[in-house]
Design a protein around this ligand. Structure first.
Ligand SMILES: Cc1cc2nc3c(=O)[nH]c(=O)nc-3n(C[C@H](O)[C@H](O)[C@H](O)COP(=O)(O)OP(=O)(O)OC[C@H]3O[C@@H](n4cnc5c(N)ncnc54)[C@H](O)[C@@H]3O)c2cc1C
Length: 434
């Protein structure tokens, strides 16, 4: 049977689409995920990690608050709505949001876990090959998330003593009495540091150095007007800008998505206070903001890192264990290899149209949609939960051949003219070295 659509991956992006499809058309689509149970970035799922956005930014609420797949309905069906309110969490724990996602994953009959997509070919329809079957579909939606970004100076050294933060809880590195260096001053680096300093005394490292390129450990900008960047209308305005403007914007507003939550910053500062004044000499913590690791070489069982500030070498750090909290990049969709030369690219991204379908030379009614792979074309909200439900609805509208919705459906308070004026200011600031 030919399906109207096969989703590759059923993480939050494709799961949102699966939930909206299930409620609106009920059948004709299948979402395949290699995980049997949905685990949300399990290698960095620290006990205290919190969601960096409102729980209204769940799989469906922002496009259909009446859906059965809302976070609130998950709380209700699992008998904890009152308790959740009484607990007065400042932010939803990531562990709880993961349970919500897994609940939706299993509740939705269009989702099939334990299926890894190996290859997709096109011969008039898409043929999707997994380990167990070859399935035919009119369209495919790729939602495979990101992969760890390892900067070039660390490539070749990865292993048990040098690894990405996304693997920290899988690798079970023995940090006790070791010198540890954490590289990266965003939320992941902050969470790794907090995890290390929170280990029981008998498991703690002897020293931790925390290196960040940014001039300080900077908070996420979660303020009301900055949050207009995470509205559908801004995603469309961003897409309409020239490539060079888009690049400037991403750099200028990076803290709107890549800064550290204030609660994490506070918890780190309080931990440093305890280490400095209440439990001294247990673990030496050295902060190195404003520094880049320019070189990394193997030194015995560990590594020697060269830290630079601008062009000057400021320090050599020797570490038994190096943890790279250096972010994520688009995952390579290797299964698209048979069609790779038919897909258009912009920089390192697949070029997409307004409906998130890839520009390719195949028939217009056979489309390959991509989710969470177009930061450079759709802006800072692309990898984030904020526009997940809206993007999935736009894809669904396109799959169903529905007329495009009024644009902008929810205009922001900052209108298009102000955004143009931002562009000028941003250009001036960037030009003057910000
Ligand atoms: C540690 C961490 C914390 C985050 N916290 C937040 C937050 O608080 N707020 C926020 O807005 N954003 C957050 N993000 C951003 C986050 O990436 C998104 O929220 C979300 O997980 C993206 O969903 P996704 O479905 O695009 O990708 P993923 O969640 O990565 O899901 C992709 C899915 O595809 C499956 N898959 C991959 N390849 C195949 C294949 N070949 N065949 C079958 N299945 C496959 C994987 O098993 C996975 O289930 C966080 C990111 C990280 C790394």
């Amino acid at each position: 049977m030919e399906l109207s659509c096969i989703g590759v991956g059923a993480g939050p992006s494709n799961l949102s689409l699966a939930c909206q499809m299930h409620e609106q058309i009920g059948q004709g689509a299948l979402f395949l995920d290699r995980q049997v149970d949905f685990r949300w970035h399990p290698g960095s799922a620290f006990d205290s990690s919190e969601l960096q956005v409102s729980h209204f930014k769940d799989l469906v609420t922002l496009v259909n608050p009446r859906s059965a797949y809302t976070f609130v309905n998950y709380l209700h069906e699992n008998g904890r709505l009152y308790h959740f309110l009484n607990a007065q969490f400042e932010a939803v724990l990531r562990a709880e949001f993961e349970r919500y996602l897994n609940w939706a994953f299993h509740r939705n009959p269009l989702v099939r876990g334990g299926e890894t997509v190996r290859e997709i070919r096109f011969d008039g329809e898409f043929r999707v090959r997994t380990d167990n079957a070859v399935l035919g579909a009119r369209n495919v939606v790729v939602g495979i998330g990101k992969q760890a970004h390892i900067p070039p100076q660390f490539q070749g050294w990865t292993g048990r003593n040098l690894f990405h933060s996304s693997e920290l809880l899988h690798i079970h590195a023995e940090v006790h009495k070791k010198h540890v260096c954490v590289v990266g001053g965003g939320q992941s680096g902050a969470e790794v540091l907090l995890h290390l300093v929170g280990l029981p005394k008998e498991r703690r490292p002897v020293s931790i150095t925390w290196v960040s390129q940014r001039e300080n450990y900077l908070p996420i900008d979660n303020s009301p007007f900055t949050n207009e960047l995470f509205m559908p209308c801004f995603s469309d305005r961003f897409a309409a800008m020239s490539e060079s403007w888009r690049k400037l914007f991403l750099r200028r507003f990076v803290l709107a998505s890549d800064g550290i939550s204030e609660s994490t910053l506070r918890a780190i500062y309080q931990a440093l206070y305890r280490h400095a004044f209440l439990e001294p000499n247990q673990c030496e913590i050295t902060l190195r903001p404003g520094c880049t690791v320019s070189h990394c070489i193997n030194a015995g069982a560990g590594h020697r890192l060269t830290l630079r500030r601008r062009m000057e070498v400021v320090e050599e750090v020797t570490a038994d264990i190096v943890i790279l909290a250096t972010g994520y990049e688009n995952a390579e969709p290797g299964f698209l290899e048979p069609m790779a030369n038919r897909l258009e690219k912009i920089d390192n991204e697949l070029a997409i149209r307004e409906d998130f379908s890839v520009c390719w030379d195949g028939p217009r009614d056979s489309r390959i949609f991509v989710q969470n792979a177009s930061l450079g074309q759709r802006g800072l909200a692309d990898p984030n939960l904020s526009l997940l439900a809206w993007r999935a609805r736009r894809i669904l509208d396109s799959l169903l051949g529905r007329a495009p919705r009024a644009n902008p459906e929810h205009p922001g308070f900052i209108g298009p003219t102000s955004v143009e004026c931002w562009s000028d200011t941003v250009a001036e600031e960037m030009g003057s070295g910000i």
